[in-house]
Design a protein around this ligand. Structure first.
Ligand code: ADP
Ligand code: ASP
Ligand code: MG
Length: 420
């Protein structure tokens, strides 16, 4: 007997018909003699709908009190889908019980809308499993030390599932979604994208952090920290396919490099439209400048990503960096009000219509010329590179947003990712 955590995303839970299918699939696994914990997302569109309602009524300057209510509100989406799945399982003759995060309890810190899981008490879950029940636990949410409901950030049900799998030492965490695995890039943008049979944990971590929304980054971090075997697979196969075939399908995230089946130099391409570029122009080039600019930004809790400083000319330089698009206006205001006056810098300029495109692969460690091939391929398409950032297993470029799809397609082809 093995213990599996199944996570079903919003599309997979999108209608009562689909929930019935999930119930049949889960019942098949339980009847094969396994203990099953299911973590559902809200029905597709529901989280957006709820947050949209809140936006209509939001105060001019949203604060912590508002964020608390957002979590109170958004968490209800998963409560609905979880209860419906329990009902559907019971109708299949399979004993099942659903719990909200706070009932388990899944303890988090108190960072509303982006809380982090701190601990999970598995006693109640184990007792139900040992009594032959399927246990359903709402994704995306937990409870802080003061009993407030918290949520884990968009896409957070992935993280709930992996954290529960880690706490319960599950044999595997199966992430069921609307694609049949992790692809070389988003198949919605490049139809020629290929499914990877395996992907290394490090590559998956980079891809998720660079914008591949197939898995929430924190779920991959959890899987790495606790060595949780994790697989991404389709919930749209017929529910009654052979269980062994299903268990071997999709993409397995591996922890050993030599387990890698595919040894391509570049394994995948990620892209991210969520950033904006900010430049501080005409800055005096002297010690402490980066700290004066970025220190103020960090103190305002704004995360900075790619950073470049130009060569100085006549003792002046330009300094550019990217932030999340949601923080764009706030960062510009902050720089104008607090930093420019004390810095003697000339002006602040910005561009919110940029995107970041990245190539990822552990093969980049042992191959030279990968980045230059990327730059050549972009230049052949006439795409101007505004910023570059590299690490051991990735190279990212910031370009004009309107060339994003063109760049992703060109790179996918240049690195032969469409070839099996
Ligand atoms: P769920 O609701 O099941 O959590 P998501 O929409 O969060 O599903 O994630 C699945 C989607 O991720 C796919 O439909 C696909 O468009 C997108 N995606 C982005 N990058 C990739 C990739 N490299 N491989 C597979 N899917 C990807
Ligand atoms: N329902 C939440 C969202 O839409 C969490 C999730 O689906 O993982 O972001
Ligand atoms: Mg998701």
């Amino acid at each position: 007997m093995a213990l599996f955590v199944h996570k079903y995303g919003g599309t997979s839970m999108g209608s009562t018909e689909r929930i019935r299918n999930v119930a049949k699939r889960v019942a098949k696994w339980a009847r094969a003699g396994h203990q099953i914990v299911v973590v559902p997302s809200a029905m597709s569109g529901e989280t957006n709908r709820l947050l949209g309602l809140a936006k209509e009524l939001a105060p001019a300057k949203p604060n912590e009190a508002f964020n608390r209510e957002l979590d109170m509100l958004a968490s209800t989406g998963e409560q609905v889908s979880s209860a419906l799945l329990a009902i559907a399982l019971q109708s299949e003759g399979m004993p099942a019980v659903s719990y909200a995060g706070w009932q388990v309890a899944i303890k988090t810190n108190n960072a509303f809308t982006k809380a982090r899981i701190e601990s999970i008490d598995d006693a109640r879950i184990r007792a139900d499993l040992n009594n032959g029940r399927v246990v359903i636990i709402t994704g995306f949410q937990g409870v802080d030390d003061n009993g407030n409901i918290t949520t884990l950030g968009r896409g957070g049900s992935d993280t709930s599932a992996v954290a529960i799998a880690a706490a319960m030492k599950a044999n595997e965490c199966l992430i069921y979604t609307d694609v049949d695995g992790v692809y070389t890039t988003d198949p919605r943008v490049v139809p020629e994208a290929r499914r990877l049979h395996t992907v290394s944990f490090e590559e998956m971590l980079e891809m998720a952090s660079l914008g591949s929304k197939v898995l929430q980054i924190r779920s991959v971090e959890f899987a790495g920290k606790y060595k949780v075997p994790m697989r991404v697979l389709s919930s749209f196969t017929p529910w009654d396919i052979d269980i062994n075939e299903e268990a071997a399908s999709g993409t397995l995230i591996t922890f050993e490099e030599d387990e890698q089946m595919e040894q391509a130099v570049v394994s995948g391409i990620a892209f991210n439209r969520d950033e904006a570029k900010i430049s501080v122009l005409g800055v005096p080039d002297k010690p402490g400048i980066a700290y004066q600019i970025l220190g103020a930004v960090a103190d305002a809790n704004i995360e900075v990503d790619v950073i470049i400083q130009n060569l100085s000319k006549d003792g002046k330089t330009d300094f550019s960096f990217t932030v999340h698009r949601n923080d764009y206006a706030r960062t510009i205001d902050l720089l104008k009000e607090k930093v420019l006056p004390s810095l003697g810098a000339a002006e602040v300029a910005g561009d919110a219509k940029i995107c970041k495109v990245s190539i990822v692969g552990i093969g980049m460690r042992s191959h030279v010329g990968v980045a230059s091939k990327m730059f050549r391929s972009l230049s052949e398409e006439g795409i101007n590179i505004q910023m570059i950032s590299t690490s051991e297993i990735k190279t990212s470029v910031v370009i004009d947003e309107k060339y994003m799809e063109l760049a992703v397609r060109a790179l996918h082809k240049a690195f032969d990712l469409d070839q099996a």
